[in-house]
Design a protein around this ligand. Structure first.
Ligand SMILES: Nc1ncnc2c1ncn2[C@@H]1O[C@H](COP(=O)(O)OP(=O)(O)OP(=O)(O)O)[C@@H](O)[C@H]1O
Ligand SMILES: [Mg+2]
Length: 479
């Protein structure tokens, strides 16, 4: 960039990231600028970015139209649009959404879906429905599968965006529903169900997904939804046993404690009675009733096709985990051994064993001892209190993770896959990128936004990748 006196630039600012300024002088290797607030600032020329003085007040709807496509320019454009309630902006075929943190029902009603249906991409205002529509049209006209990647930091709106994409796809690819258990209804209802078991309150988001999710929606040759498959990645297991204030454990535990009948049946009570929940004093979420959420989860289970018996088993297992967490240990007579601490712990132990449908003594043995396989046979070794607690927590985490996997499999089985389907749309909603200083998957890190990226290379990438490698591969690949 060639700088002259009077050049319009962006200069870094501690408070607002970037501030508009104008070059006034050159002092040695430095450039003196005066900011819009009238402050004189010295900066190295490489730290200044050109600024379009004539930038449209309302911003541009596609950032490829910007005179200067640089970080401050992009942020400024998004800010201008956001001020006018325009939360969506394109950068070519990429959609950037800035979280409105308020309900915008007029943006997502049936009328809007109807408008975007079949409209050429870019003709109407930027919208997540336009991306979903473009992928549906591309799938139909090219007869090729598509995938949409939704990425961004925690709380950016990935999951909400994913749900809107699914809502749109079930709208354009749905049949006239005669009962409420059509494939598309089941696909949509899988969301609240997975969220009850895989989402939790964090400092960044009251409904933070603690797992990655890839939903593949299958279509028949005429473009109607014929099946779906959900794959989940890397559930945060540690949250089951360890939480910090003001975060929460997985929603389902609080729902169960507020369920009324189940609370009594499983000898539960207020969440503050349970170690796995009372490590944080946050039990309620603003504007959310745990009891109502419990009913919603139950209803979602009905729609997805989980039988009453299975539902009972699911909540029984959750209750068992809570009782398990309340078992405390005390040093035993032998060196480095442990025993169940007191009557209270014993009653939780009994309840846990009853709910797990296992033998009480066997549970004690598994918690307080370890069996080691040697050449001479099996040796039973006592565990000290610390090791017993660690074993107890591992059991809780493993049971929970298996329950989660079982639930996903159950949803998959009951929604049903269409093995004959030749065309699919995959939607990936994956968290965790916020912990990287920079991720190469999308360059818009640091923003409270999400980026929806439509292409089908991702689908190929995902094939043949095992769970653990997924994140690594995503980060390595320049999509
Ligand atoms: N399009 C939207 N309209 C209105 N509110 C939204 C929208 N997108 C997100 N939100 C609000 O922001 C909150 C966080 O969004 P969401 O749960 O989708 O974030 P996320 O990116 O999935 O975060 P995490 O990585 O923690 O799972 C939502 O609960 C909702 O209140
Ligand atoms: Mg999420």
């Amino acid at each position: 960039m060639t700088l002259r006196k009077g050049s319009n630039v962006w200069v870094e600012d501690r408070n607002s990231a970037w501030v508009a300024a104008q070059v006034t002088d050159f002092i040695g290797k430095q450039v003196q600028v005066v900011t819009q607030h009238g402050n004189k600032v010295l900066a190295l020329p490489e730290n200044l970015y050109p600024r379009d003085e004539e930038a449209d007040h309302g911003g541009v709807d596609d950032m490829t139209k910007l005179t200067y496509l640089n970080e401050p320019g992009v942020l400024d454009n998004l800010e201008r649009r956001y001020a006018l309630n325009e939360i969506y902006t394109y950068t070519g075929s990429i959609l950037i959404a800035v979280n409105p943190f308020t309900k915008l029902p007029h943006l997502y009603n049936v009328h809007m879906m109807e408008q975007y249906k079949g409209a050429p991409f870019g003709e109407l205002s930027p919208h997540v429905f336009a991306v979903a529509d473009a992928s549906y049209r591309a799938m139909m006209s090219e007869n090729r599968s598509q995938s949409i990647l939704v990425s961004g930091e925690s709380g950016a709106g990935k999951t909400e965006t994913t749900k809107l994409i699914m809502q749109y796809l079930t709208y354009v690819g749905g049949r006239a529903a005669d009962d409420d258990r059509t494939v598309e209804q089941q696909v949509l209802e899988s969301n609240p169900l997975l969220e009850a078991f895989g989402n939790a309150r964090t400092i960044r988001n009251d409904n933070s997904s603690r797992f990655g999710k890839f939903v593949e929606i299958q279509f028949d040759a005429s473009g109607r939804i014929s099946g779906a498959a959900i794959r989940t990645y890397l559930l945060e297991r540690s949250r089951v046993v360890q939480i910090t204030d003001p975060e929460r454990n997985y929603h389902c535990f609080y729902q169960l404690c507020a369920s009324g009948m189940d609370t009594e049946k499983y000898k539960l009570g207020h969440p503050s009675d349970f170690h796995y929940l009372n490590q944080s004093k946050t039990y309620e979420l603003d504007g959310v009733s745990n009891a109502e959420e419990y009913s919603k989860t139950r209803r979602a289970m009905d729609i997805v096709g989980i039988s009453q018996e299975e539902q009972e088993a699911i909540f029984r297992t959750l209750a068992a985990i809570l009782h398990l967490g309340n078992i405390e240990f005390f040093p035993g007579k032998e060196h480095d051994s442990s025993v169940i601490k007191d009557e209270k712990s014993r009653s939780h132990l009994q309840m846990a064993a009853k709910l797990f449908k296992c033998d009480v003594q066997l549970l004690v043995t598994s918690l307080c001892t370890r069996s080691i396989q040697t050449h001479e046979g099996i040796i039973i070794k006592a565990l000290d209190c610390g090791a017993a607690v660690a074993g107890r927590d591992t059991l809780a985490k493993t049971v929970y993770a298996q329950l989660f996997d079982w639930l996903v499999e159950k949803i998959n089985r009951s929604v049903g896959q269409d093995l004959d389907s030749q065309i699919q749309i995959g939607v990936l909603d994956i968290y965790g990128f916020e912990c990287f200083k920079q991720n190469r998957l999308v360059t818009c890190y640091l923003l409270k936004n999400n980026v929806v990226y439509g292409n089908n290379r991702l689908l190929h990438l995902l094939k043949g990748i095992n769970k653990g490698r997924l994140l690594e591969v995503l980060l390595e690949s320049d999509l």
